[in-house]
Ligand binder design. Structure first.
Ligand code: 5MM
Length: 339
């Protein structure tokens, strides 16, 4: 394991003013996204869409890395350049989603365990050959009656740590993503409790698996009330509670925390990130690894039509720029309408 390289790649993913684009939608997820613009999910449409994102001029001013899916890391731009090469040429670090999805956890109705550990060592070696320098594995925790159970938390924390140790052995920086979902009517306090519980277990397991914290990144949910909770939380409350939760469990040795957006509206996710950074200095960089919050406006603008590529690129660049500003607490909602 080359510790110096792992640390340097991890730090290069969280420089000031930049964050990560999560473009690692698996086949069912991209199909769902394309359905919203009535576009069939063919291999060529998926390739063309990713090409729009990866060839946006100036995106590298705000984007440090891109998470790819297995199909995407093997695809090429129209001029024949492999996507990982195209990104690396712009100074954007290519990454790869290596989990194989969350499936029902046997014996625990309504709960899920993320699969993909079998054969992972070999897949990681291949992804490194293809140009990936970091990886991502997502665990999904739902808040419900009696859930998440301690067993579900432990099983997912264990899998995340086994994945992270294998990544570091293969020279890939693991992004560790335990996502407490926003679905439901729970109060923000329950999200805080569940987030604290999962992160405590994740860091205990990472230490037990001898994972080197300086060569990792954390991708957590922000602490939010459930989507259907009648008591909404203000931007400042979300920022304060999220930072408080993280400061209780995430070691300062971790270089960066790159939030997922989890279904928040794009401007809301940006405002929350901004408010956290505006609170002052933190032990870790607070950044983004957004999927929907970066891409929703792009898909709407693109609609699968070549004549819309310029406006799709504009939408992506704008969203990336706003999140880049939020990295330093310099975003304001008025910037949304400025082009
Ligand atoms: C981009 O979506 C990713 C892939 O999801 P599936 O494995 O379900 O297809 C997803 O892991 C994403 O990286 C995170 O959930 C963050 O995305 P959001 O949209 O929540 O920011």
């Amino acid at each position: 394991m080359n510790i110096a390289e792992l640390e340097s790649v991890a730090r290069s993913l969280v420089p000031s003013g930049k964050g990560i684009l999560a473009a690692d939608e698996s086949a069912p997820t991209i199909e769902k996204r394309f359905r919203s613009i009535r576009l069939p999910s063919t291999e060529e449409n998926r390739r063309a869409y990713r090409e729009v994102l990866f060839t946006t001029p100036g995106a590298s001013d705000f984007i440090s890395g891109v998470i790819l899916f297995d199909e995407t890391i093997r695809q090429k731009a129209s001029d024949g350049t492999p996507f990982p090469v195209l990104l690396a040429e712009q100074g954007i670090v290519p990454g790869i989603k290596v989990d194989e999805g969350a499936r029902p956890l046997a014996g625990f109705p309504g709960e899920k365990i993320t699969e993909g550990l079998d054969g992972l060592r070999g897949r990681l070696a291949e992804y490194r050959e293809l140009g990936a320098r970091f990886a991502k594995w997502r665990a999904v925790l739902a808040i419900g009656e009696g859930t998440p159970t301690p067993y579900c938390l432990k099983a997912n924390a264990h899998a995340l740590a086994r994945y992270a140790a294998l990544c570091q052995e293969e020279g890939l920086v693991p992004i560790v993503e335990p996502e407490v979902l926003m679905d439901g009517s729970h109060a923000i306090e329950r999200c805080e409790e569940a987030t604290l519980a999962v992160l405590s277990l994740v860091y205990a397991e990472l230490a037990a698996h001898r994972v080197h914290p300086e060569g990792t990144l954390l991708k957590p949910n922000m602490v939010l009330p459930g989507e259907e909770c009648p008591r909404r939380a203000g931007v400042d409350e979300v920022a304060r509670v999220t930072v408080r939760t993280l400061s209780r469990v995430v070691p300062p040795a971790v270089p960066g925390i790159v939030f997922l957006s989890g279904g928040q509206a794009p401007a809301q996710a940006t405002a929350h990130l901004n408010a956290m950074n505006a609170l002052g200095e933190h032990p870790w960089e607070l950044s983004f690894s957004f999927g929907r919050a970066l891409q929703d406006p792009v898909l709407k603008a693109w609609q699968g039509r070549p004549e819309n590529v310029a406006s799709a690129r504009k939408a992506y660049h704008h969203r990336a720029m706003l999140n880049g500003a939020a990295r330093g607490g310099k975003y304001s909602p008025e910037m949304e309408s400025a082009s």
